[in-house]
Ligand binder design. Structure first.
Ligand SMILES: [Zn+2]
Length: 150
């Protein structure tokens, strides 16, 4: 029998469940030779002791409710963080659209482009070309275009 086969016997032994003497002797013989199963028995004994401690102690009043409340509060905190991140993405997109519109408008009027702006006029989109040609666009078209791909 391999170590996998001994696992259940190791767990029963750690939990103090009685074993037939021959089976117990066989387990001890394997444990004498196998460091992996000896370590497994130590872990199983520690776990069994921990559970035994839990069984002997009454649960403090309100503990379950406090844990459930803390879990719900953490879930709400994470959801709020996700909403905040989505708001930042929307605000950043709107700011980028406004900056793009300002640069495009400035270029269309022949004025100097703001520092750091480097619009490739040759590769402009059809909407950018309309703006560059001086066409009037509804004020909100940039925002609608920005959210079109979402
Ligand atoms: Zn083993």
């Amino acid at each position: 029998m391999g170590c996998r086969g001994w696992r259940r016997a190791v767990e029963r032994d750690a939990a103090g469940e009685p074993e037939r003497p021959a089976a117990h002797a066989a387990l001890e013989a394997h444990l004498a030779l196998c460091a992996r199963c000896r370590a497994g028995r130590l872990d199983a004994v520690a776990l069994a002791d921990a559970f035994a401690d839990l069984r002997d102690r009454p649960v403090p009043p309100g503990l379950v409710g406090r844990i459930a409340f803390a879990v719900r509060r953490e879930a709400a905190r994470r959801e709020a963080a996700r909403r905040e991140a989505r708001r930042w993405v929307a605000a950043s997109t709107a700011a980028a659209v406004v900056a793009w519109a300002a640069v495009t408008w400035t270029l269309a009027r022949g004025g100097p482009a703001p520092a750091g702006s480097d619009i490739a006029v040759g590769g402009a989109t059809p909407v950018q070309e309309l703006v560059l040609a001086g066409a009037e666009l509804p004020e909100d078209i940039a925002l609608r275009l920005a959210f079109h791909d979402r």
